[in-house]
Structure formats: structure tokens, C-alpha cells
Design a protein around this ligand. Sequence first.
Ligand code: NAP
Ligand code: HSE
Length: 428
Amino acid sequence: MGAPLRLGIAGLGTVGVGVVKIVRKQAAMLATRTGRRIEITAVSARDANKDRGVNLSSYAWESDPVALASRDDVDIFVELMGGADGPAKDATEAALAAGKDVVTANKAMLALHGQTLAEQAEAAGRVISFEAAVAGGIPIIKALREGLAGNDITRVMGVMNGTCNYILTRMENAELPYDTVFQEAADLGYLEADPTLDVGGIDAGHKLAILSAIAFGTRPDFAGIELEGIERVTIEDIHQAADMGFRIKLLGVAQRTGRGLEQRMMPCLVPASSPLGQLEGGTNMVVVEGDAVEQIVMRGPGAGEGPTASAVMGDICDLARGTRLATFGQPADGLANVPPARSGLPAPYYLRMALVDKPGALAKISTVLGDSGISIDRMRQYGHSESTAPVLIVTHKTTREALDVALIAMQQTDVMASAPVALRIEHV
Ligand code: NAP
Ligand code: HSE
């Protein structure tokens, strides 16, 4: 049996407590699997008196996570506090500077500061592991960095925010409006402290930025993501999509194109019968396509104590065994600085608009679309109110650029009662 591996854990919330529980419950199994005892020596959180449902009395308490990160009796600093900046980043940097490896679940920190942290880790000869940062219990980081390392990855996509998938599927299954289900999700404790991280697509965007960096050997570029949340998706959109054989998902897609790195995270229509269309509740799904492997699909719980702690423990076991990989799968100074590119591939679009109910309104919209070279596949008017006429249009394939020109021109007419909603139809 090798020397014990000593953990210092900062953050004793949902994930931190989950990790403590596994280390305690599975001590013998972990030692057998890794050849070392895995021990917790010190912990940190804000409130030293909070009952966390686990016995922490045998661990040293540090009120300052930076101090914890630098302790002599800590080999691995486990950062489970969250937040892109502040104590999480300060303590991570302190750990690297003190010669510790870091395990974290912090997607925001990696999406925004991953490049500098990776460079710092390499300069110090340490590693940063972050399986739990993307898609919770699904081992997608390991799959991309190791199992699929022999592939030229052509596309990564998926549903990576369980809260949004819960809201969208619950709206459909219970026929409830967005606001009601949003409140339900809040009451169930699903939403991040700042809910816009979930429903604004930001949390899922952080995850996509991390996956893109590994998949395409590029610097993490969260700012380059075309980002849109689910706040404008209505129960009518969900009904209309279902009528046409589609479901609405907050879908992330990343691919390297001749023009740059395309990364988008936005609500899309996907075929209801596809694996992504079938995904219910808080579950995540990641699809990876590579030149050799073709396509793989990974599905599982994207959040919660057990699944996220499971991913953290996978990283800790790797380090215990001596598996040490570059943060984004290759040396950080070799990660390409690729400009962001908007999707050049044409796709059909779903458009919902409320028109002023007067003669010629529909004709004006058809003309605007025609002037932008956009052909209408299907059109439907539904649920007439007193003064507005809700209209749904499905276009034939068109580019986002052409659609944007049309959307601007539509709003310059005198027949739009409100801003139109446009959702890409993705044939996955
Ligand atoms: P959480 O339940 O809110 O717990 C955060 C913990 O950090 C708390 O114990 C808190 O202390 C501690 N903390 C916050 N600021 C601190 C500070 N300045 N000094 C010391 N401790 C501090 O968060 P979580 O859900 O476990 O998430 C932790 C990380 O995992 C985040 O990066 C999150 O994005 C990521 N993640 C979470 C999930 C999930 O399902 N929850 C899934 C994937 C990734 P107190 O308890 O004393 O307040
Ligand atoms: N808020 C995130 C989600 C937590 O709903 O997926 C897991 O990262």
C-alpha cells in the first residue's frame, strides 16, 4: 500500500458533503482500487457550526480556503465552493503555487479562467481535474481526454443543464406555463442561487466552453458562445413543436469550421423520437462525433450530491493511481486561439410571432421573408385574440444571417405586435 493521499476539501455544500460521505463509506474499496488510503485531513466552509449531516470532527477546520489550500498535510486541494472568481480562484491559485494538485467541480471558473489556470498548473508541474464540472455524473471529460483521444472530433453537442431540461419537459408533460414551472423548480431547490445562470443558458454555456477546448484543442472561449436562454419559450411553442414531431431543448452544439469555432447554446427543436428528444427531467445527454468512433451518446444525472461526488471521486482516484493529464488534454500553450464563428450551415427555423390583426399583415411578413431569400415550408394561425393574430411559420433551410436580416426587417414593418421568437430546428 502506497502513502495515503491526503485531501483538503473547501466547500461542504451539496457536492462537498457528497465527497466526504463517499470517502468515509467506501474507504476500503477506494484503497483496494487505488493502492492508497484516501484520507481527508482538513475542510473549510463559511459556517463552522452548521450541521451538515456528516461527522467532520476528525478533520482540521480552516475558515480560510486559501490557508487550507497551502497546508503541508494536504496533497490534493478539492475546490467545491463555486464562483468563477473570489475564494475559489484565489484558493486554486494558492494550491497550485504550493505544489498541490487541484480537483474542482467549478465550471464557471474553468470556462472563464481555464487557460491561465492550466498554464499555471503546468508551470508548477501540477494538474487540475474537473470531471464534475460538466454533466455531473457522466464521465464525459474522461471520455474526451482519454477514450476518444485517437479521434479527430467533429462535433460535440448535448443537453447540459438539468434544470432547463426539467422545466421544458415539465411544461410539456403537465401543460403548465413557464412561470409556474420556474417557480416549481425554485421550490424544489433546482435553481442556482442566481437563476439566470440556469435559464439564461450561462451554466450550460460554461460547460460547452470546457468541452470545446478539449474536443478541438482550442482555448476555452465562453465569450465566443452564441448564447440564448429558455425564458422566452412558451407553452404554445412546446405545443406547436410537439404537433410537428419535435421537442424543445436547450441544446449546445460545438464544431470547428473553416471559418472558426462554432459554439452555440440555445433552445432548439429536435426530433421527438431522437435520443435528445426523448430526454426527460433533470437528466443530461452529451453526444460526441469523431472521425473514427462515429457517434457516441452518454446519458445520466447532471447534478445532485451523489452523481457530482461520484465524478469528483473519479478524479481523486485517478490522481491516487498516478494518472496525470494536461488540463484540456494537451499542453496549454498549444491550445489554438480560434475566432468564434456563427453557424454557416443552413437549417430550418421555427418562427412565432404576434401580428397586428389587419388586412395584409401576413402578406407583409411573407414578403420580408421572400426578400431575404427565405422560403416558407409551413404556416399556421392559431388562438386569435382581439387585436393580435399569433402566427407560426416553419421555414425551409436558411442561414442564420439571412434570418437575422429578415427578423430586423419584420420589426421595421407596422404589423408586428411583439418581437418574434426564432428557434433553430436541429436534425440530430
Ligand atoms: P453549495 O451547496 O452552495 O455549497 C457551497 C459550499 O461552499 C458551502 O459549504 C459554503 O459554505 C462554501 N463556501 C462558499 N463560499 C465560501 C468561502 N468564501 N469560504 C469557504 N467556504 C465557502 O454548492 P454545491 O452545489 O455543492 O456546488 C459546489 C461546486 O460544484 C460549484 O462550483 C458548482 O457549480 C459545482 N457543481 C454543483 C453541482 C450540483 O449538483 N450541486 C453539479 C455540478 C457542479 P457554507 O455551507 O458554510 O455556506
Ligand atoms: N444548475 C446545474 C444544472 C447544476 O441544473 O444542471 C449542475 O451543473
